[in-house]
Write a protein that binds this ligand. Structure first.
Ligand code: BGP
Length: 469
């Protein structure tokens, strides 16, 4: 295994606007889908003030600088920039992101900017969300405004964060708005529509001759058959097709391969439904596939697949009560526990081998990829805060194993250029609230004070030496 990370490797920290900014009603920001969702009666938590990054960003960037963190993932809140999602631009929103980006650069913390990290303008969500193709045009208009406003300084752009999570969580598992379950046809259609929006925004960016790079962030869940039986292996292939392969094909092949479509059609036949595409989509895909600069890969976990003949059933573990998850999809498979693989309290298998395999798979199946950033990886944990000290040794162990997997892939020739730990500081978790912490820096939500965890000191040492310590 390579000992050192290559020169220029980014040791970053990741955030997302809705999970850190707070200030959801300040300075003219308009409503997004999550505002309405989290303000419903009975909601367990909401996004104000979250980590108050809207006001505390200088403190957080100073900490990043002091801990040798040289990159930060941020996302732009669409409705801070366009309060109605379209039309009128909010000067205060543009000013905020100008100041934030300038501060990142001043502190030597390169911003990696995502245009859309789940927070669709409320109006568009109510109008059919990503099932309505009008939203593709609206997204491209919004992207253009962002490229024009910030494109002179932003060197890394991602069109979307995790299209699969939008589809899976919103339409299969039901733990993201609109909380629908088992709507497989809708999930696949949303994936396609998001890939069209991605391709069109990317092609637009490339036509503007700006100095940066552009890609997309996908969550690449590992898929492993629980046994060598052909039925379990087929369940693995079906889950991989809908979760990963379908969208990777769109991004890198510029089309859906025949094998991919046969798996997707099998899923659609068993569940009822049809994918609707337009011929121009594939022209957009083909142009974008030639121009995409990087893949952002989020990796947390892998699933162990068993053949499943029954109806769909899902139980989400959103409290950290170990062993409560159920996930079986009709026509695909059941995600079962593997007694040999440890899990987090939220039942996410800890399986760094899955990250290694996904990196190798990109290099093998999509050899035209240029570079990969691990744009999120980290461990949700109920940190103990004692006298201002947080010993998060399990998180250090988790990240160490994943960094080892990256070093192994690099040694074998995979072009991985950076790692952004999820998360820089503690943030709001979409469906788990505030007790599932990921940060290098602990946030005391009562007073917004930051405290470095044991992992922050450890991460600093790794970043300084570019090797595991
Ligand atoms: C990814 C998202 C992040 C973040 C992370 C952890 O899917 O891109 O925004 O939330 O997962 O997830 P969770 O907070 O559900 O544990």
């Amino acid at each position: 295994m390579a000992k050192k990370f290559p020169a220029g490797f980014i040791f970053g920290g990741a955030t997302a606007a809705y999970q850190v900014e707070g200030a959801t009603r300040e300075d003219g920001r308009g409503p997004c889908v999550w505002d309405e969702y989290m303000n419903r009666p009975g909601a367990r938590f909401n996004a104000d003030p979250a980590s108050d990054f809207y006001h505390q960003y200088k403190t957080d960037l100073q900490l990043a600088h002091d801990y040798n963190i040289n990159g930060i993932r941020i996302s732009l809140s669409w409705t801070r920039i366009l309060p109605e999602g379209e039309g009128r631009v909010n000067p205060a929103g543009i000013a905020y992101y100008n100041e934030l980006i300038d501060e990142c650069i001043k502190q030597g913390v390169e911003p990696f900017v995502t245009l859309h990290h789940f927070d669709t303008p409320l109006k568009f969500f109510q109008n059919g969300h990503w099932l309505n193709r009008d939203l593709i045009d609206k997204f491209v208009e919004y992207a253009k405004i962002c490229f024009e406003a910030f494109g002179d300084r932003v060197t890394k752009w991602a069109t979307f964060n995790e299209p699969w999570s939008i589809a899976q969580n919103g339409y299969l598992a039901g733990n993201f708005p609109p909380n629908e379950t088992f709507q497989i046809e809708k999930a696949i259609q949303i994936e396609h529509n998001l890939m069209v929006a991605h391709a069109r925004a990317l092609n637009l960016y490339k036509s503007m001759n700006l100095p940066g790079k552009i890609g997309i962030v996908h969550t690449l869940e590992g898929k492993v058959a629980i046994s060598a039986s052909p039925a379990d292996c087929h369940a693995r292939d079906l889950d991989d097709a809908i979760s990963n392969r379908f969208m990777l094909d769109a991004c890198y092949l510029g089309k859906y391969s025949d094998t991919t479509m046969s798996l997707i059609n099998e899923i659609l036949q068993k569940n009822g439904g049809k994918l609707i595409t337009e011929p121009s989509d594939f022209d957009d895909f083909a142009r974008a596939a030639k121009q995409i600069d990087f893949l952002g890969m989020n990796y947390y976990s892998s699933h162990f697949l068993q053949a499943w003949d029954g109806d769909s059933q899902v139980v989400n573990n959103s409290t950290g009560e170990k062993g409560t998850s159920v996930f079986c999809l009709k026509g695909i498979g059941a995600r079962v526990s593997n007694p040999e693989v440890p899990t987090t309290d939220w039942d996410w298998p800890i399986y760094p081998e899955g990250m290694y395999r996904q990196l190798k798979r990109i290099a093998r199946d999509y050899p035209n990829y240029k570079e990969i950033f691990i744009s999120e990886n980290g461990m949700g944990y109920k940190d103990d805060f004692e006298d201002g000290k947080i010993d998060d040794t399990p998180r250090i162990e988790y990240v160490t194993k994943h960094l080892e997997a990256i070093l192994k892939a690099i040694e074998e020739g995979v072009k991985v250029k950076g790692y952004y730990i999820w998360s820089l500081m503690d943030v709001l978790s979409w469906s788990n609230g505030y007790n599932k912490r990921y940060g290098l820096f602990y946030v005391d939500y009562a007073n917004q004070k930051r405290y470095p965890k044991k992992s922050a000191y450890w991460y600093k040492a790794i970043s300084q030496r570019r090797e595991l310590v």
